[in-house]
Design a protein around this ligand. Structure first.
Ligand SMILES: Nc1ncnc2c1ncn2[C@@H]1O[C@H](COP(=O)(O)OP(=O)(O)OP(=O)(O)O)[C@@H](O)[C@H]1O
Length: 719
């Protein structure tokens, strides 16, 4: 081959031939080392294999951030890398003339968004969408970005003239431990897993200083209060108070050392998250004074005692269930009532007896509940209190950190959402989460395609995306009108008819027959349906779906809690005189929104906000499921690349121009070809190294070309 090459070569003398031979050997021995490639869309060619190899090589070289077009891929190091997040490094990225020329980092994204706001080019507001599966590093990333803005967008003086007034950035940072204590839990996949989604809006004034923030939360996993999977835990706060309370507090909250609570599994495990003092301190900084904090913890202790109440089957259906025959159970009712400041007998009665209003006169009937119903009502009471407490905390946080509307004009939004989920058993929670991911994926693809087109236009390239189809058909299946999975589940709730899991499956299959993204696993014995998501097919079980969607709260429970004399519960359950009189007069109350309807509405609101911002994407990837440093499991990474839409990005890249090399890199790489150039005058495909240097176009401009162009011409069009 060399002979043949030499035949056309201008390299003639023996010495030159030898050096050429060596250079050619070096050329053939490979591209730049993979770990040095900062952008996945620049690996050649862009395929899953090359992308995986590149990520692996970088991970093993302790390089955790890589660009992928307009996305940043963040690999979880699973080990402390303090120098990677130091304030000095933050300032370096902040001060850099071109931060995108530094190594890929979340601070590049942070700085870019900050500069975009400064530039005042529409849309001025920015959003950073951080996604990934549980344990991939979303919370870590969001926290680091908040710290970054606290450093670079800090106001030079205190926001209040008083010395004691705390800086707003510190308050915003203080919201993290509080939200994590109440909203995070140890799961099989992550010791500190956020059990809710959040959008944090960092508010900036005209001088781009942070003047405040606002938090919006989504879908708190409230069932965890009363039901934890084996080897998982309840929300951190319960363990924090049980482990960190003083002797005096233990006495007040009836939490003697070593007390066993059935809603507090795996409490022998101590995690670094079990830091009660940090939570209390942060609550104090947010304006939640010690007496209010004590009240909150007293209520939580009341819930723990509530969880120890056990019912026994009643022999006579007309009689209410008895408590399990032990003194401990009676003690739990008493202590729970004491801590929640509720009358003991009505508490027990509400758990065991259902009241039904019927007829024109709204006559009240009392029906004893079965043992299972009693358990459900007990759990429902705990979930109701906890979810309202969480919402209240978020509202307190907001009132502490939110700036006056006149003091801010722009914002940077940080969205930390649960990634795509597919488990052996998937239910309404997974449907909502995956629905949100479909929406965000559509938003991402639209943005990515737009960015691609803009890049091609700048390059003067003709382009077309081959066979690219977005995920609208899947979204139509989930949320479309008039018929979709959401509408059918809502219909079942509205009609309030008894319907089995099998009937719901049949209804979905018949009403949505022929939809391309709907599948059915004929081998499955449990009633279910399959949705073919962009990230892969997921089977959803229909059992319990309608009930979960209704999320019914027996009105007696709310009425009971309205009787409490506890100051916190009084805030969480205010009495509404109008509602009470309406009920007494037999007027029907406003229709209760289903879980799906509420989620859909909040998702639409979120997307409206996102649509009005310039989005930036950070995809967090977990290199292995065991949380081990230096371990890169290709299969696991691959499934996450699929789930976070990166494979799709790669396909879109490949549908456009799959090979992208900057002019400068091209020249450096193929410099050898110049020495092969015949002495005759250059043809249309000849390479002139002096023309069109990339620097003349600006730093971000790449030359893009397809396979055929490369193979026939071996040189970029100089467009
Ligand atoms: N950049 C990082 N450097 C060091 N360790 C990290 C980094 N990112 C994540 N980790 C480790 O991984 C763990 C999981 O990260 P994190 O809690 O941010 O995941 P997550 O994606 O928010 O998960 P979930 O969806 O369950 O809340 C952290 O507790 C931390 O130990």
């Amino acid at each position: 081959m060399l002979q043949q090459v030499n035949g056309h070569s201008s390299v003639s003398d023996a010495q030159g031939g030898e050096s050429f031979r060596e250079d050619l050997q070096e050329f053939l021995s490979g591209e730049a080392p993979l770990h040095q490639l900062d952008d996945l869309t620049k690996v050649n060619p862009v395929t899953l294999e090359t992308v995986l190899r590149c990520l692996q090589a970088r991970y093993m070289a302790d390089t955790f951030y890589t660009n992928a077009g307009c996305t940043l891929v963040a690999l979880n190091p699973f080990k402390p890398v303090p120098q990677l997040y130091s304030p000095e490094l933050m300032r370096e990225y902040h001060a850099a003339p071109q931060p995108q020329k530094l190594k890929p980092h979340i601070f590049t994204v942070g700085e870019q968004t900050y500069r975009n706001v400064k530039s005042l080019i529409e849309p001025v507001n920015q959003s950073i969408i951080v996604s990934g599966e549980s344990g991939a590093g979303k919370t870590w990333t969001s926290r680091c970005l908040m710290k970054f803005y606290a450093v670079v967008a800090a106001s030079p003086t205190s926001w209040d003239s008083h010395k004691i007034a705390e800086r707003i950035e510190q308050r915003i940072l203080n919201s993290n431990p509080v939200m994590e204590a109440f909203g995070n839990a140890c799961t099989l996949r992550n010791n500190n897993s956020s059990r809710f989604g959040k959008f944090i809006q960092l508010q900036l004034n005209s001088a781009q200083q942070m003047t405040g923030a606002a938090v919006q939360t989504y879908l708190l996993e409230k069932t965890r209060v009363a039901c934890q999977a084996s080897s998982e835990r309840n929300f951190h706060i319960f363990y924090q108070m049980c482990k960190g309370a003083s002797a005096d507090e233990r006495l007040q909250w009836h939490l003697p050392k070593g007390a066993a609570f059935s809603w507090l599994p795996n409490s022998e495990r101590t995690l670094e998250e079990d830091c009660f003092e940090v939570t209390r301190e942060a609550m104090l900084h947010l304006g939640i004074e010690t007496p209010t904090q004590n009240n909150v913890f007293k209520v939580l202790a009341g819930l723990l005692h509530l969880g120890n109440i056990r019912f026994a089957d009643s022999e006579d259906e007309a009689q209410p269930c008895q408590l399990m025959d032990d003194a401990k159970c009676e003690g739990s009712v008493r202590t729970s009532a004491l801590l929640l400041l509720l009358p003991e007998d009505p508490l027990l009665e509400t758990l065991r007896i259902r009241t039904i209003r019927a007829g024109r006169q709204q006559q009240v009937f009392r029906k004893p509940c079965s043992r299972a119903e009693c358990d459900t009502r007990r759990d429902c009471l705990a979930k109701l209190v906890y979810s309202r407490l969480f919402d209240w905390l978020v509202s307190v946080i907001n009132s502490s950190i939110c700036a006056d509307p006149s003091s801010w004009s722009t914002f940077i939004g940080l969205l930390d959402v649960y990634g795509f989920e597919s488990f052996p058993h998937n239910s309404l929670e997974q449907l909502c989460i995956n629905y949100a991911n479909e929406k965000l994926q559509q938003h991402f693809v639209a943005h990515y395609l737009r960015a691609q087109q803009e890049e091609y236009t700048v390059e003067g390239l003709e382009w077309s995306f081959v066979n690219y189809q977005d995920n609208q058909t899947c979204l139509d299946l989930i949320e479309g009108s008039p018929l979709s999975i959401c509408s059918l589940i809502n219909e079942e709730c509205r009609l309030n008819r008894p319907s089995s899991a099998a009937q719901l499956q049949t209804r979905i299959e018949s009403a949505l027959a022929g939809r391309p993204c709907l599948g059915h696993n004929k081998l499955s014995r449990e009633p279910s349906f399959i949705v073919v998501h962009y990230a892969g097919p997921v089977r959803y079980h229909t059992a319990g779906l309608v009930e979960k969607n209704k999320d019914p709260i027996p009105p007696e429970l709310t009425r009971l809690l309205q009787q409490s004399q506890d100051p916190v519960l009084k805030v969480l359950f205010p009495t509404d005189p109008e509602e009470k009189s309406q009920e007494e007069q037999g007027q029907s109350r406003a229709p209760v929104l289903t879980v799906v309807s509420k989620f859909k509405a909040s998702l639409e609101q979120l997307l409206q906000v996102l649509h009005r911002t310039t989005p930036h994407y950070i995809r967090c990837i977990k290199p292995n499921g065991q949380g081990q440093a230096q371990t890169f499991l290709r299969e696991e990474v691959l499934s996450q690349l699929e789930a976070c839409g990166l494979v799709e990005t790669i396909h879109i890249s490949a549908a456009g121009f799959p090979i992208r090399v900057s002019h400068q890199n091209f020249v450096e790489r193929y410099e050898l070809l110049r020495r092969l150039r015949p002495r005759t005058s250059p043809g249309p495909c000849s390479l002139s190294l002096d023309e069109g240097r990339s620097g003349e176009r600006g730093p971000s401009v790449s030359h893009l070309f397809n396979h055929s162009l490369l193979s026939t011409c071996a040189g970029p069009s100089q467009g």
